[in-house]
Design a binder for this molecule. Sequence first.
Ligand code: ADP
Ligand code: MG
Ligand code: MG
Length: 876
Amino acid sequence: MEKFVYSFNEGSQDMKNLLGGKGAGLAEMTKIGLPVPFGFTITTSACKIYSDKGKLDDEIIKDVYAHLEELEQVAGKKFGDDKNPLLVSVRSGAPISMPGMMDTILNLGLNDVSVEGLAKKTENDRFAYDSYRRFIQMFGDVVMEIDKKKFDEVFDGQKKKVGAEFDVDLTTEDLKAIIDGYKKVVKKELGRDFPQDPMDQLMEAINAVFRSWNNDRAILYRKLNDIPDSLGTAVNVQSMVFGNTGNNSGTGVAFTRSPVNGENRVFGEFLVNAQGEDVVAGIRTPQPIAEMKEAFPDVYRQFDEVAHILENHYKDMQDMEFTVEDGKLFMLQTRSGKRTAAAAIKVAVDMVNDGLITKEEAIMRIEPDQINQLLHPNFDPAELSSAKAIAKGLPASPGAATGQLVFHAEDAAEWKKDGKKVILVREETSPEDLAGMVAAEGILTARGGMTSHAAVVARGMGKCCVAGCSAIIVDEESRTMKVSGKVYKEGDKFSINGTDGSVYAEEIKTIPPELSGNFATVIGWADDIRQIGIRTNADNPRDAKQAVDFGAEGIGLCRTEHMFFEDERIPKIRRMILADTEEERREALKGLLPYQTEDFREIYKVMGERPVTIRLLDPPLHEFLPHNEAERKQLCEQFNIPMEVIEKKTIELHEFNPMLGHRGCRLAVTYPEIAEMQTTAIINAALDVKKETGIDIKPEIMVPLVGIPNELKQVKKTIDETIKKIFEERGEKLDYLVGTMIEIPRAALLADEIAEDAEFFSFGTNDLTQMGFGFSRDDTGKIISEYVDRGVLEEDPFQSLDQHGIGKLVEFAVQGGKKTRPNIKLGICGEHGGDPKSIEFCYRAGLNYVSCSPFRVPIARLAAAQATLRNSENKN
Ligand code: ADP
Ligand code: MG
Ligand code: MG
C-alpha cells in the first residue's frame, strides 16, 4: 500500500516531490544529524486524494494517528496533557515554494487543560495564555475562516476596557477574558464550540492546508508562475519549540551568504524572546544576526557550524529558519536561497574556486534572464522602496530611466541638446522617432506589444522601455498625458522601470551597470561549453561595438533601413520613392550610395573578420514618405516636385496591409536598382576595408521575405551580376555569401527549393510567428495577453518561440535546407534569438548560431551553455 505519512527520519531531500520542499528539507536535516524538532510529513499524494474526494481516506487518518503517537513518544509529551502537553506546528509545503496557501499554525494542541500544563511547565502563566489566545485567533482565521476583525474587536475591546496601551500591558486575567471572548465569536459564527480535542484540531488543520491548495490566491499564483495544479502540497506536523520563553530564547532567519552581493558570511536577522511569526510579520524590528553572536555566543557558534554543514551538504547557498529555546538551537527550515544576479554570480564563482561545485554546476545555477539586472542601469534600491508606481505597462526593454516628459521625438532631441534628461512618451513610436529615441533616457508608449517598434528598437539600443501602458492616455498635440484622471505635462519628472514595467510620477536615482570580474569569468566558462554561436543584431558601429564588447561573434542581422532615417538621408530616399522612371530612381540612389558605403565600412571595421549579415531593404516604402504637411512642403521645395505629385504618390503607395504588402524582396524584385545600389555599397565597403586593414571581411547578403523560390533566384542574379562587375572593375575579390530569411511559412515549406540559391538561412521568427499565427504583431498585444489569461495560449509566442507550432516550420525548413545543401549555414535573427528557452530550441534544431540585441549577448552566451548541458544531461 502506498505510504502517505513519513516521519522526519524516514525521508530525504530526493523526495521533494512527495514531501514538499519544507518536508524534504526537514527530513534531510534530520538525516544528517542536525537538531530538528521531531515530526512527520503527510505527502502531496494525500493532497491529490483530498482534492479528488474532498476528504482523506480512513487509512491515511489512521496513519496520522500512529505517527502522532510516535511523536508523543519521541517528545516525551502528550497531546492535551495537563502537565507536559505536546504542542505542534502545522506547516504547508509544496514541492515548489509557493505563497498563497494556508499560513502556518503554531501552538496547536492547546486547550483549556493543556494551557494549564504549559503554564506549569514553563512557570509562565502569561506566556501560556498568550499562546492560547494567539492559537485560537490563528486557527479561527486560517482554519475556520472567520473574519479576522471579529477577533480584533474582542482584543481591542479588552485593551480599551482595562486601559492597556500596548499588547504587553495585558495581564493573564485580561488574556483569559479575551480567550472567553474568542470562544464566543467561534460559537456565534460557526454555531459550534472551539475544538477542545487536540486530535480534532489537528485533523481540521490538516484538511485546511489541503483545502488551501485550491484557494483563489494559490491558483492564481500557480497560473502566473507556470506551476502545475497537479503537484499538490504536503503538510508537516512538527513538535513545537519555543523562542519566546524568555531572554535566553529567540528566533531568526539567515542565509549562509549575503543574498544581495554574495559575500561569504552568514547574513540574517534574529529576535530575542519571540516566536517565528513575529520575525516574519514585522511586529518587532529584528536585530542583525551579528548581535546574536553577542547575546548567545555559544549558540551562535553552533549555528554558524550548522550553516557551514548545510552549505557543504547542499553545495548551495541556504536560506534557514531556526529557533533557540532556553539556549538550545533548533533548525526549522532550510532551502536554496533566493539571490540577486550579482550574488548568484559571486556565489557560483566562489564555490567553484573552493571546489564545492563544478563549472558546469555553476553555469546551471545562474538564471540567464536575471543577469539582465547587471547589464542596464537600475534604480537605487534605497529610493525605490519608498516610490509608488502610478501605472504599469509591458517590461519591453530592461533598465531604469528617469527624466522629464516629452511627447515628440524632435523635442527629445532638442531638450537633450540643452543638457536635459528626457523620457519620450508616444502613443506608439515609428521609425522616424529614432533620433528622439536615441536622445531619450527611456521610452514609454501607450500602445504596442513586446515586439512593437518601440520595444524592438529600444531593446536593440539597450534603452529602457515600457510599452503598451494602456493606463496612460496620451495627447501628443497638447503635450500632456492622463493617468487615472490626473494630467501630467511636458517637463514633469518621471521614472520608468523597463525591467518590470512600472511607471512613477517622480524622479528616482539610478545607478550604472557594473560588469564585475566574476561575471566575465562565468560567461567565459559558458563559452567553453556552448556549441551554438552567438551573433548580434546591430545596425550601426556603436551597437556593433557594444555587442563585440559583450562577446558577439558576428552580426546576424544588420538592418539597412534605419540608416535611411537620418536627417540628411531621408530626403534622398524620398526622392527615390517619388521617382517615376527607373532613370530618376537610379539618379536618386546614386545620392544614397556613398552614405551606405560609409555605414558598412564603419561596421566592418568594428567587426573585423567576424561575419556580417546585411539585410536588403525590408519595410514598406510608404514608411519613408513624408507624414505631414510641413515635410511634404520641404520635399516639394528641395527637389522642385509639384505638391500634387507628392500627394498622388502618397495615395498610390498607401496600403491596407503594409506588413503583407510591397516590402522585403518584393522591393528588390520590382526595383532591382535598389538591390544593386545596396549590393554595391556592401561589396565596395568590404573591399575598401580589406585593402585598408588586410583583414578578410565576410559579408553575407540577406534577402528578406522570400516566399517564392523564384524571388530569391531573381534577386540573387541581380546581386551576383552586380558583384561580378565590381570585381572586374576593381580587379579585387573577396568571398561573400547570399542567403535568405525564412520568415514566410511558404518559404519554410519550400526550403529545399530555396536552398538551391540560398547559401544560408536566417529564421526571421518575428514575421514567421506573425504570419504563421496570422497575428499582427503590432495589434495583437491585448488579444494575446487575454489568450494567456484565459489559457488559450500558454505564453506570448512573440516572446518565446512557439516550439509546438512555429517550431515545426523551423525544423521542417532545417531539414529541407540541409537536404539540398548539407553545409547550409543556419541562424535565427528574430527577437527570440535572445530568449533562453528559444535558444535551447535552436540548439536542438541544429542551428549554427542565434543572433540577438547587443545587450542580450551575455545572456545568450550563458543560455547557450545551459542548453548544451541540459541536453547532454537528458541524453545520459
Ligand atoms: P513559511 O513557509 O511561511 O515560512 P513556516 O512553516 O516556515 O512558514 O513557519 C513560519 C515560522 O513559524 C517558522 O519560521 C518558525 O519560526 C515558526 N515555526 C514553525 N514551526 C515551528 C515549530 N515547530 N516550533 C517553533 N517555531 C515554528
Ligand atoms: Mg518558513
Ligand atoms: Mg521580417
